[in-house]
Design a protein around this ligand. Sequence first.
Ligand code: TAP
Length: 478
Amino acid sequence: MAFEYAPAPESRSIVDIKPSYGLFVDGEFVDGRGTSFKTINPATEETLAEVAEASEADVDLAVRAARRAFRGWSRMSGKERAKYLFRIARIIQERGRELAVLESIDNGKPIKESRDVDVPVVAAHFFYYAGWADKLEYAGLGPNPQPLGVAGQVIPWNFPLLMLAWKVAPALACGNTVVLKPAETTPLTALLFAEICQQADLPPGVVNIVTGASSTGQALVSHPDIDKVAFTGSTEVGKAIARAVAGTDKKVTLELGGKAANIVFDDAPIDQAVEGIVSGIFFNQGHVCCAGSRLLVQESVADEVMAKLKRRMGTLRVGDPLDKNTDIGAINSREQLDRIRELSEVGESEGAERWSPACDLPTSGFWFPPTVFTGVTQAHRIAREEVFGPVLSVLTFRTPAEAVEKANNTPYGLSAGVWTEKGSRILHMASQLRAGVVWANTFNKFDPASPFGGYKESGYGREGGRQGLAAYLKGAQG
Ligand code: TAP
Protein backbone atom coordinates (compact mmCIF):
# COMPACT_ATOMS: atom_id res chain seq x y z
CA MET A 1 0.00 0.00 0.00
CA ALA A 2 1.46 3.38 -0.98
CA PHE A 3 1.28 6.19 1.53
CA GLU A 4 -0.74 9.18 0.45
CA TYR A 5 1.71 11.96 -0.35
CA ALA A 6 0.77 15.59 -0.79
CA PRO A 7 1.67 16.86 -4.26
CA ALA A 8 5.22 18.23 -4.41
CA PRO A 9 5.42 19.85 -7.82
CA GLU A 10 8.65 21.38 -9.10
CA SER A 11 7.93 24.81 -10.54
CA ARG A 12 8.25 25.07 -14.29
CA SER A 13 8.66 28.84 -14.11
CA ILE A 14 12.44 28.41 -14.23
CA VAL A 15 12.27 27.42 -17.90
CA ASP A 16 11.47 29.81 -20.66
CA ILE A 17 10.12 27.81 -23.58
CA LYS A 18 9.95 29.92 -26.71
CA PRO A 19 7.00 29.51 -29.11
CA SER A 20 9.37 28.52 -31.91
CA TYR A 21 12.97 27.42 -32.42
CA GLY A 22 15.35 27.54 -35.36
CA LEU A 23 18.49 25.53 -35.99
CA PHE A 24 21.85 26.19 -34.32
CA VAL A 25 24.39 26.64 -37.08
CA ASP A 26 27.75 28.39 -36.98
CA GLY A 27 27.14 29.72 -33.47
CA GLU A 28 23.76 31.26 -34.21
CA PHE A 29 20.11 30.33 -34.23
CA VAL A 30 18.88 30.45 -37.83
CA ASP A 31 15.59 29.74 -39.54
CA GLY A 32 15.45 26.39 -41.26
CA ARG A 33 14.70 26.15 -44.97
CA GLY A 34 12.37 23.22 -44.45
CA THR A 35 9.09 22.98 -42.59
CA SER A 36 8.61 22.79 -38.83
CA PHE A 37 7.15 20.30 -36.38
CA LYS A 38 5.62 20.48 -32.91
CA THR A 39 7.19 19.09 -29.79
CA ILE A 40 4.69 18.17 -27.09
CA ASN A 41 4.65 17.43 -23.39
CA PRO A 42 3.87 13.69 -23.28
CA ALA A 43 2.33 14.01 -19.81
CA THR A 44 -0.35 16.44 -21.00
CA GLU A 45 -0.22 16.38 -24.82
CA GLU A 46 0.18 20.18 -24.67
CA THR A 47 2.20 21.67 -27.55
CA LEU A 48 5.41 23.14 -26.18
CA ALA A 49 6.97 24.71 -29.26
CA GLU A 50 7.33 24.69 -33.04
CA VAL A 51 10.74 23.44 -34.04
CA ALA A 52 12.46 23.80 -37.41
CA GLU A 53 12.90 20.63 -39.40
CA ALA A 54 16.33 20.77 -41.01
CA SER A 55 16.30 20.03 -44.73
CA GLU A 56 19.18 18.52 -46.67
CA ALA A 57 20.33 22.07 -47.50
CA ASP A 58 20.28 23.03 -43.80
CA VAL A 59 22.29 19.95 -42.91
CA ASP A 60 24.77 20.88 -45.62
CA LEU A 61 25.16 24.40 -44.14
CA ALA A 62 25.74 22.92 -40.70
CA VAL A 63 28.35 20.47 -41.99
CA ARG A 64 30.12 23.30 -43.83
CA ALA A 65 30.15 25.39 -40.65
CA ALA A 66 31.60 22.45 -38.72
CA ARG A 67 34.24 21.93 -41.41
CA ARG A 68 35.30 25.59 -41.28
CA ALA A 69 35.44 25.49 -37.48
CA PHE A 70 37.48 22.28 -37.51
CA ARG A 71 40.59 24.08 -38.72
CA GLY A 72 40.84 26.33 -35.68
CA TRP A 73 39.42 23.92 -33.10
CA SER A 74 41.68 21.01 -34.04
CA ARG A 75 44.79 23.20 -33.99
CA MET A 76 43.95 24.78 -30.65
CA SER A 77 46.00 23.33 -27.80
CA GLY A 78 44.28 20.68 -25.70
CA LYS A 79 44.64 22.95 -22.71
CA GLU A 80 42.63 25.68 -24.46
CA ARG A 81 39.95 23.26 -25.63
CA ALA A 82 39.69 21.98 -22.06
CA LYS A 83 38.88 25.48 -20.83
CA TYR A 84 35.78 25.56 -23.03
CA LEU A 85 34.69 22.10 -21.92
CA PHE A 86 35.17 22.95 -18.23
CA ARG A 87 33.19 26.13 -18.82
CA ILE A 88 30.35 24.20 -20.45
CA ALA A 89 30.38 21.69 -17.57
CA ARG A 90 30.13 24.46 -14.99
CA ILE A 91 27.29 26.20 -16.84
CA ILE A 92 25.44 22.87 -17.01
CA GLN A 93 25.75 22.64 -13.23
CA GLU A 94 24.67 26.25 -12.74
CA ARG A 95 21.67 25.81 -15.03
CA GLY A 96 21.03 22.26 -13.81
CA ARG A 97 17.55 22.90 -12.44
CA GLU A 98 16.45 24.56 -15.67
CA LEU A 99 17.83 21.68 -17.75
CA ALA A 100 16.18 19.09 -15.50
CA VAL A 101 12.76 20.73 -15.60
CA LEU A 102 12.93 21.18 -19.37
CA GLU A 103 14.02 17.56 -19.85
CA SER A 104 11.10 16.31 -17.74
CA ILE A 105 8.61 18.50 -19.61
CA ASP A 106 9.76 17.47 -23.09
CA ASN A 107 10.53 13.82 -22.34
CA GLY A 108 8.07 12.85 -19.59
CA LYS A 109 10.71 11.47 -17.19
CA PRO A 110 10.32 12.10 -13.45
CA ILE A 111 12.02 15.22 -12.17
CA LYS A 112 13.86 13.26 -9.51
CA GLU A 113 15.59 11.30 -12.28
CA SER A 114 16.38 14.24 -14.56
CA ARG A 115 17.55 16.26 -11.53
CA ASP A 116 19.50 13.51 -9.72
CA VAL A 117 20.72 11.33 -12.59
CA ASP A 118 20.59 12.86 -16.08
CA VAL A 119 21.91 16.35 -15.41
CA PRO A 120 24.64 15.41 -12.88
CA VAL A 121 25.91 12.66 -15.18
CA VAL A 122 25.85 15.09 -18.13
CA ALA A 123 27.99 17.59 -16.20
CA ALA A 124 30.28 14.76 -15.05
CA HIS A 125 30.82 13.74 -18.69
CA PHE A 126 31.92 17.22 -19.68
CA PHE A 127 34.21 17.50 -16.67
CA TYR A 128 35.67 14.06 -17.37
CA TYR A 129 36.44 14.69 -21.04
CA ALA A 130 37.61 18.24 -20.31
CA GLY A 131 40.27 16.54 -18.20
CA TRP A 132 41.40 14.39 -21.14
CA ALA A 133 41.68 17.23 -23.69
CA ASP A 134 45.28 18.12 -22.83
CA LYS A 135 46.36 14.55 -22.02
CA LEU A 136 45.44 12.72 -25.21
CA GLU A 137 49.00 11.61 -25.88
CA TYR A 138 48.99 9.80 -22.50
CA ALA A 139 45.78 7.89 -23.22
CA GLY A 140 47.63 4.93 -24.70
CA LEU A 141 46.15 5.66 -28.11
CA GLY A 142 49.35 6.54 -29.93
CA PRO A 143 52.02 9.24 -29.48
CA ASN A 144 50.36 11.95 -31.57
CA PRO A 145 46.60 11.43 -31.52
CA GLN A 146 44.74 13.32 -34.24
CA PRO A 147 41.01 14.13 -34.47
CA LEU A 148 38.92 12.63 -37.24
CA GLY A 149 37.27 15.83 -38.47
CA VAL A 150 33.53 16.51 -38.54
CA ALA A 151 31.28 14.12 -36.60
CA GLY A 152 27.62 13.58 -37.52
CA GLN A 153 25.81 12.48 -34.38
CA VAL A 154 22.25 11.16 -34.15
CA ILE A 155 20.64 10.47 -30.78
CA PRO A 156 17.36 9.03 -29.41
CA TRP A 157 14.71 10.45 -27.10
CA ASN A 158 15.14 8.41 -23.94
CA PHE A 159 18.07 10.38 -22.45
CA PRO A 160 18.15 13.44 -24.72
CA LEU A 161 20.73 15.52 -22.89
CA LEU A 162 22.77 12.61 -21.59
CA MET A 163 23.14 11.07 -25.05
CA LEU A 164 24.18 14.50 -26.32
CA ALA A 165 26.87 14.65 -23.63
CA TRP A 166 28.11 11.13 -24.44
CA LYS A 167 28.52 12.23 -28.06
CA VAL A 168 29.64 15.85 -27.86
CA ALA A 169 32.08 15.80 -24.92
CA PRO A 170 34.60 13.20 -26.22
CA ALA A 171 34.33 14.50 -29.79
CA LEU A 172 35.22 18.05 -28.75
CA ALA A 173 37.91 16.95 -26.30
CA CYS A 174 39.68 15.16 -29.18
CA GLY A 175 39.50 18.24 -31.44
CA ASN A 176 36.57 17.25 -33.68
CA THR A 177 33.64 19.49 -34.50
CA VAL A 178 30.08 18.18 -34.52
CA VAL A 179 26.67 18.34 -36.13
CA LEU A 180 24.13 16.72 -33.85
CA LYS A 181 20.54 15.70 -34.54
CA PRO A 182 18.37 15.20 -31.46
CA ALA A 183 15.27 12.99 -31.61
CA GLU A 184 12.13 14.49 -33.08
CA THR A 185 10.15 14.18 -29.84
CA THR A 186 12.82 15.67 -27.55
CA PRO A 187 14.69 18.58 -29.18
CA LEU A 188 14.41 21.19 -26.42
CA THR A 189 17.35 20.40 -24.13
CA ALA A 190 19.69 20.15 -27.13
CA LEU A 191 18.56 23.65 -28.10
CA LEU A 192 19.16 24.88 -24.57
CA PHE A 193 22.59 23.26 -24.77
CA ALA A 194 23.17 25.36 -27.91
CA GLU A 195 22.49 28.45 -25.79
CA ILE A 196 25.00 27.14 -23.26
CA CYS A 197 27.60 26.85 -26.05
CA GLN A 198 26.96 30.52 -26.85
CA GLN A 199 27.21 31.43 -23.18
CA ALA A 200 30.54 29.58 -22.98
CA ASP A 201 31.81 31.53 -26.02
CA LEU A 202 32.50 28.30 -27.84
CA PRO A 203 33.90 29.23 -31.26
CA PRO A 204 31.11 29.28 -33.90
CA GLY A 205 30.63 26.04 -35.82
CA VAL A 206 32.26 23.73 -33.25
CA VAL A 207 28.80 22.51 -32.19
CA ASN A 208 25.85 22.63 -34.58
CA ILE A 209 22.36 21.34 -33.74
CA VAL A 210 20.00 20.34 -36.54
CA THR A 211 16.54 19.38 -35.33
CA GLY A 212 14.24 17.20 -37.39
CA ALA A 213 12.94 13.70 -37.99
CA SER A 214 14.45 10.64 -39.64
CA SER A 215 15.03 12.38 -43.00
CA THR A 216 17.26 14.93 -41.26
CA GLY A 217 19.18 12.06 -39.65
CA GLN A 218 19.54 10.38 -43.03
CA ALA A 219 20.82 13.58 -44.63
CA LEU A 220 23.38 13.94 -41.87
CA VAL A 221 24.79 10.41 -41.83
CA SER A 222 24.97 10.25 -45.61
CA HIS A 223 26.56 13.70 -46.03
CA PRO A 224 29.81 13.20 -47.99
CA ASP A 225 31.83 15.61 -45.84
CA ILE A 226 31.24 13.81 -42.52
CA ASP A 227 34.26 11.87 -41.22
CA LYS A 228 32.54 10.08 -38.39
CA VAL A 229 29.02 8.83 -37.71
CA ALA A 230 28.00 8.28 -34.10
CA PHE A 231 24.53 6.85 -33.68
CA THR A 232 22.46 5.77 -30.70
CA GLY A 233 19.05 4.33 -31.39
CA SER A 234 17.28 1.23 -32.54
CA THR A 235 19.03 -1.78 -34.05
CA GLU A 236 16.87 -1.47 -37.15
CA VAL A 237 17.98 2.10 -37.90
CA GLY A 238 21.55 1.23 -36.87
CA LYS A 239 21.65 -1.47 -39.53
CA ALA A 240 20.31 0.99 -42.12
CA ILE A 241 23.04 3.47 -41.17
CA ALA A 242 25.74 0.77 -41.35
CA ARG A 243 24.52 0.01 -44.88
CA ALA A 244 24.45 3.72 -45.79
CA VAL A 245 28.09 4.29 -44.78
CA ALA A 246 29.45 0.96 -46.06
CA GLY A 247 32.09 1.56 -48.71
CA THR A 248 32.90 5.07 -47.47
CA ASP A 249 35.84 5.90 -45.21
CA LYS A 250 33.59 7.24 -42.45
CA LYS A 251 34.32 5.87 -39.01
CA VAL A 252 31.19 4.55 -37.27
CA THR A 253 30.06 3.77 -33.74
CA LEU A 254 26.62 2.31 -33.10
CA GLU A 255 24.93 2.07 -29.71
CA LEU A 256 21.76 0.08 -30.29
CA GLY A 257 19.09 -1.87 -28.46
CA GLY A 258 19.25 -4.41 -25.66
CA LYS A 259 17.34 -7.11 -23.79
CA ALA A 260 19.38 -7.44 -20.62
CA ALA A 261 19.15 -10.31 -18.17
CA ASN A 262 19.05 -9.40 -14.50
CA ILE A 263 20.04 -12.64 -12.75
CA VAL A 264 19.11 -13.26 -9.12
CA PHE A 265 20.74 -16.24 -7.36
CA ASP A 266 19.30 -17.84 -4.24
CA ASP A 267 22.08 -16.47 -2.04
CA ALA A 268 21.44 -12.87 -3.11
CA PRO A 269 20.37 -10.25 -0.57
CA ILE A 270 16.75 -10.44 -1.71
CA ASP A 271 15.51 -7.04 -0.53
CA GLN A 272 18.45 -5.32 -2.21
CA ALA A 273 17.92 -7.40 -5.36
CA VAL A 274 14.26 -6.39 -5.47
CA GLU A 275 15.31 -2.72 -5.41
CA GLY A 276 17.74 -3.50 -8.24
CA ILE A 277 15.05 -5.27 -10.25
CA VAL A 278 12.73 -2.27 -9.81
CA SER A 279 15.33 0.30 -10.79
CA GLY A 280 16.58 -1.99 -13.56
CA ILE A 281 13.26 -2.01 -15.39
CA PHE A 282 11.18 0.90 -14.10
CA PHE A 283 13.87 3.62 -14.12
CA ASN A 284 13.04 6.10 -16.89
CA GLN A 285 9.75 4.22 -17.65
CA GLY A 286 11.89 1.35 -18.93
CA HIS A 287 13.00 3.51 -21.86
CA VAL A 288 16.55 2.36 -21.26
CA CYS A 289 18.66 0.45 -23.78
CA CYS A 290 20.40 -1.43 -20.95
CA ALA A 291 17.21 -1.99 -18.90
CA GLY A 292 17.04 -5.26 -16.97
CA SER A 293 13.97 -6.32 -18.90
CA ARG A 294 14.46 -10.09 -18.45
CA LEU A 295 14.52 -11.16 -14.83
CA LEU A 296 16.17 -14.57 -14.41
CA VAL A 297 15.47 -15.76 -10.89
CA GLN A 298 16.70 -18.99 -9.31
CA GLU A 299 13.74 -21.30 -8.89
CA SER A 300 14.22 -21.88 -5.15
CA VAL A 301 13.68 -18.17 -4.36
CA ALA A 302 11.29 -17.30 -7.18
CA ASP A 303 8.16 -17.19 -4.99
CA GLU A 304 9.84 -14.99 -2.37
CA VAL A 305 11.28 -12.64 -5.00
CA MET A 306 7.97 -12.32 -6.82
CA ALA A 307 6.00 -11.64 -3.62
CA LYS A 308 8.43 -8.91 -2.59
CA LEU A 309 8.64 -7.49 -6.09
CA LYS A 310 4.87 -7.16 -6.39
CA ARG A 311 4.65 -5.53 -2.99
CA ARG A 312 7.35 -3.04 -4.01
CA MET A 313 5.71 -2.35 -7.36
CA GLY A 314 2.55 -1.46 -5.46
CA THR A 315 4.39 1.48 -3.87
CA LEU A 316 5.57 3.02 -7.15
CA ARG A 317 3.95 6.34 -7.91
CA VAL A 318 2.99 6.90 -11.52
CA GLY A 319 2.05 10.40 -12.62
CA ASP A 320 3.08 14.01 -13.05
CA PRO A 321 6.77 14.01 -14.07
CA LEU A 322 7.28 17.34 -12.33
CA ASP A 323 6.08 15.98 -8.97
CA LYS A 324 9.14 15.23 -6.85
CA ASN A 325 7.49 12.07 -5.48
CA THR A 326 6.87 10.53 -8.90
CA ASP A 327 8.70 7.29 -9.65
CA ILE A 328 7.32 6.59 -13.12
CA GLY A 329 6.50 9.41 -15.49
CA ALA A 330 4.88 9.55 -18.92
CA ILE A 331 5.68 7.34 -21.90
CA ASN A 332 7.53 9.53 -24.38
CA SER A 333 5.12 9.34 -27.31
CA ARG A 334 1.86 7.83 -28.47
CA GLU A 335 3.83 5.73 -30.94
CA GLN A 336 5.93 4.22 -28.15
CA LEU A 337 2.84 3.69 -25.97
CA ASP A 338 1.18 1.79 -28.83
CA ARG A 339 4.23 -0.43 -29.17
CA ILE A 340 4.31 -1.21 -25.44
CA ARG A 341 0.58 -1.99 -25.47
CA GLU A 342 0.90 -4.19 -28.53
CA LEU A 343 3.79 -6.25 -27.17
CA SER A 344 2.05 -6.61 -23.81
CA GLU A 345 -1.06 -7.93 -25.53
CA VAL A 346 1.10 -10.36 -27.48
CA GLY A 347 2.62 -11.49 -24.15
CA GLU A 348 -0.84 -12.32 -22.82
CA SER A 349 -2.00 -14.01 -26.00
CA GLU A 350 1.14 -16.17 -26.02
CA GLY A 351 0.20 -17.43 -22.56
CA ALA A 352 2.28 -15.42 -20.09
CA GLU A 353 0.56 -14.10 -16.96
CA ARG A 354 0.33 -10.30 -16.75
CA TRP A 355 0.22 -8.33 -13.52
CA SER A 356 0.23 -4.64 -12.62
CA PRO A 357 -0.53 -2.99 -9.28
CA ALA A 358 -3.71 -0.96 -9.06
CA CYS A 359 -2.84 2.59 -10.07
CA ASP A 360 -4.81 5.55 -11.30
CA LEU A 361 -3.35 6.83 -14.52
CA PRO A 362 -3.89 10.46 -15.57
CA THR A 363 -6.58 10.92 -18.19
CA SER A 364 -4.55 12.89 -20.71
CA GLY A 365 -1.03 12.13 -21.87
CA PHE A 366 0.66 8.76 -22.46
CA TRP A 367 0.83 6.34 -19.55
CA PHE A 368 1.53 2.70 -18.90
CA PRO A 369 1.49 1.05 -15.47
CA PRO A 370 4.49 -0.92 -14.17
CA THR A 371 3.87 -4.43 -15.47
CA VAL A 372 5.35 -7.86 -14.85
CA PHE A 373 4.87 -11.04 -16.85
CA THR A 374 5.40 -14.43 -15.20
CA GLY A 375 5.32 -17.85 -16.83
CA VAL A 376 7.41 -16.45 -19.67
CA THR A 377 9.37 -18.82 -21.89
CA GLN A 378 12.34 -17.98 -24.08
CA ALA A 379 10.15 -18.38 -27.14
CA HIS A 380 7.79 -15.55 -26.12
CA ARG A 381 8.17 -12.29 -27.99
CA ILE A 382 8.22 -10.33 -24.71
CA ALA A 383 11.33 -12.35 -23.75
CA ARG A 384 13.07 -11.71 -27.07
CA GLU A 385 12.04 -8.26 -28.29
CA GLU A 386 12.89 -4.94 -26.76
CA VAL A 387 9.67 -3.50 -25.30
CA PHE A 388 11.38 -0.24 -24.26
CA GLY A 389 8.76 0.37 -21.59
CA PRO A 390 7.99 -0.49 -17.95
CA VAL A 391 7.43 -4.17 -18.67
CA LEU A 392 9.38 -6.98 -17.01
CA SER A 393 9.49 -10.60 -18.16
CA VAL A 394 10.30 -13.20 -15.52
CA LEU A 395 11.98 -16.52 -16.27
CA THR A 396 13.46 -19.01 -13.81
CA PHE A 397 16.60 -21.15 -13.78
CA ARG A 398 18.08 -23.90 -11.60
CA THR A 399 21.85 -23.84 -12.20
CA PRO A 400 24.41 -21.14 -13.03
CA ALA A 401 24.99 -22.82 -16.40
CA GLU A 402 21.29 -22.56 -17.21
CA ALA A 403 21.31 -18.89 -16.18
CA VAL A 404 24.24 -18.19 -18.52
CA GLU A 405 22.60 -20.03 -21.38
CA LYS A 406 19.31 -18.18 -20.99
CA ALA A 407 20.96 -14.80 -20.44
CA ASN A 408 23.02 -15.15 -23.60
CA ASN A 409 20.10 -16.45 -25.65
CA THR A 410 19.39 -13.11 -27.31
CA PRO A 411 20.61 -11.30 -30.40
CA TYR A 412 21.55 -8.39 -28.12
CA GLY A 413 24.48 -8.01 -25.73
CA LEU A 414 24.50 -4.64 -24.02
CA SER A 415 24.27 -5.24 -20.28
CA ALA A 416 23.49 -7.77 -17.54
CA GLY A 417 23.05 -7.85 -13.78
CA VAL A 418 24.14 -10.52 -11.30
CA TRP A 419 22.87 -10.72 -7.72
CA THR A 420 24.74 -13.08 -5.40
CA GLU A 421 26.81 -12.85 -2.26
CA LYS A 422 29.67 -14.90 -3.77
CA GLY A 423 32.46 -12.87 -5.35
CA SER A 424 33.73 -15.91 -7.25
CA ARG A 425 30.31 -16.40 -8.81
CA ILE A 426 30.19 -12.76 -9.86
CA LEU A 427 33.54 -13.12 -11.63
CA HIS A 428 32.54 -16.41 -13.23
CA MET A 429 29.24 -15.00 -14.49
CA ALA A 430 30.86 -11.79 -15.76
CA SER A 431 33.31 -13.87 -17.79
CA GLN A 432 30.50 -15.95 -19.30
CA LEU A 433 27.93 -13.27 -20.09
CA ARG A 434 28.12 -11.79 -23.59
CA ALA A 435 27.30 -8.25 -22.52
CA GLY A 436 29.24 -4.99 -22.71
CA VAL A 437 28.49 -4.10 -19.09
CA VAL A 438 27.86 -6.51 -16.21
CA TRP A 439 26.65 -4.96 -12.97
CA ALA A 440 27.09 -6.95 -9.77
CA ASN A 441 24.66 -6.39 -6.89
CA THR A 442 23.61 -3.12 -8.49
CA PHE A 443 22.08 -2.00 -11.79
CA ASN A 444 21.99 1.01 -14.12
CA LYS A 445 25.07 2.66 -12.64
CA PHE A 446 26.78 5.09 -14.99
CA ASP A 447 30.15 6.75 -14.67
CA PRO A 448 31.95 8.77 -17.34
CA ALA A 449 35.17 6.87 -16.65
CA SER A 450 33.55 3.54 -17.48
CA PRO A 451 33.21 2.44 -21.11
CA PHE A 452 29.73 1.47 -22.32
CA GLY A 453 28.67 -0.37 -25.44
CA GLY A 454 27.45 -3.63 -26.84
CA TYR A 455 28.10 -6.96 -28.50
CA LYS A 456 26.18 -8.49 -31.38
CA GLU A 457 23.07 -6.51 -32.39
CA SER A 458 23.62 -4.01 -29.57
CA GLY A 459 26.18 -2.28 -31.75
CA TYR A 460 29.88 -1.63 -31.89
CA GLY A 461 32.35 0.86 -30.47
CA ARG A 462 32.46 2.15 -26.92
CA GLU A 463 31.39 5.42 -25.34
CA GLY A 464 32.76 6.67 -22.05
CA GLY A 465 36.18 6.29 -20.50
CA ARG A 466 39.48 6.20 -22.33
CA GLN A 467 37.83 3.90 -24.90
CA GLY A 468 35.39 6.69 -25.73
CA LEU A 469 38.32 8.81 -26.93
CA ALA A 470 39.39 6.12 -29.40
CA ALA A 471 36.11 6.55 -31.26
CA TYR A 472 37.11 10.13 -32.13
CA LEU A 473 40.82 9.76 -32.96
CA LYS A 474 42.52 8.61 -36.15
CA GLY A 475 43.82 5.07 -36.11
CA ALA A 476 42.93 4.45 -32.46
CA GLN A 477 41.37 1.20 -31.26
CA GLY A 478 39.16 1.36 -28.16
P1 TAP B 1 15.43 5.28 -33.57
O1 TAP B 1 14.11 5.25 -34.20
O2 TAP B 1 16.48 4.40 -34.12
O3 TAP B 1 15.89 6.81 -33.60
C1 TAP B 1 17.13 7.24 -33.11
C2 TAP B 1 17.52 8.52 -33.82
O4 TAP B 1 17.77 8.24 -35.20
C3 TAP B 1 16.45 9.59 -33.81
O5 TAP B 1 17.07 10.86 -33.74
C4 TAP B 1 15.78 9.37 -35.14
O6 TAP B 1 15.05 10.47 -35.61
C5 TAP B 1 16.95 9.06 -36.03
N1 TAP B 1 16.66 8.29 -37.22
C6 TAP B 1 15.58 7.52 -37.50
N2 TAP B 1 15.72 6.94 -38.71
C7 TAP B 1 16.93 7.33 -39.19
C8 TAP B 1 17.66 7.05 -40.39
N3 TAP B 1 17.19 6.22 -41.32
N4 TAP B 1 18.87 7.63 -40.56
C9 TAP B 1 19.39 8.43 -39.63
N5 TAP B 1 18.75 8.75 -38.48
C10 TAP B 1 17.53 8.20 -38.25
O7 TAP B 1 15.38 4.93 -32.05
P2 TAP B 1 14.44 5.57 -30.94
O8 TAP B 1 13.09 4.98 -31.06
O9 TAP B 1 14.56 7.02 -30.99
O10 TAP B 1 15.19 5.05 -29.61
C11 TAP B 1 14.96 3.83 -29.04
C12 TAP B 1 16.05 2.84 -29.37
O11 TAP B 1 17.34 3.36 -29.07
C13 TAP B 1 15.94 1.57 -28.57
O12 TAP B 1 16.11 0.47 -29.41
C14 TAP B 1 17.09 1.68 -27.58
O13 TAP B 1 17.57 0.48 -27.09
C15 TAP B 1 18.10 2.41 -28.34
N6 TAP B 1 19.03 3.10 -27.44
C16 TAP B 1 20.28 2.59 -27.33
C17 TAP B 1 21.17 3.18 -26.46
C18 TAP B 1 22.53 2.60 -26.36
S1 TAP B 1 23.64 3.48 -25.61
N7 TAP B 1 22.84 1.45 -26.86
C19 TAP B 1 20.81 4.29 -25.73
C20 TAP B 1 19.53 4.79 -25.87
C21 TAP B 1 18.65 4.18 -26.76
P3 TAP B 1 13.51 10.60 -35.12
O14 TAP B 1 13.56 10.97 -33.70
O15 TAP B 1 12.94 11.65 -35.92
O16 TAP B 1 12.87 9.28 -35.38
